[in-house]
Ligand binder design. Sequence first.
Ligand SMILES: [Zn+2]
Length: 160
Amino acid sequence: MKLAKFIDYKGGAIATEDIFMTKQANDLGAQWLSGAGLRPTRQRLSLARLLVGDGKDRHVTAESLYMAVQKSGEKVSLATVYNTLRAFCQAGLLREIMVDGAMSYFDTNMTDHPHFFWEDSAEIMDAPNDDLVISQLPLAPDGSEISKVDVVIRLRKTDS
Ligand SMILES: [Zn+2]
């Protein structure tokens, strides 16, 4: 599994900058958890701070978040990061975006929106929603319904 950087909308790497260590980041993280009825345990809070502590949306992988939390000095195992991300998804705090059926990205932006996926660097970012039109979908098989549609637009760099 490829490692993806801890990225935000701008596509730049976010390390554990001071902003994620502030009381405000802590408060935002705690609010985010309590809004979904999750108890702000120390481990949850340390991850929540890195996910929403600056008030911006971002996409992470379990690995990128694990690296960020290690830099922050908290002791949280990769398995715990993974399980906590899953719990955040179940609580409706994150949505999971699968690419290639193998790479999972977790998005704090819960609105419906398409994604650009950079094949070269395995980075993911939001694509403009206004330009996307889905005019028709195949019928769901009997006894099922479409729960959601994920649009991932794969990009590769051109020479120019
Ligand atoms: Zn997104």
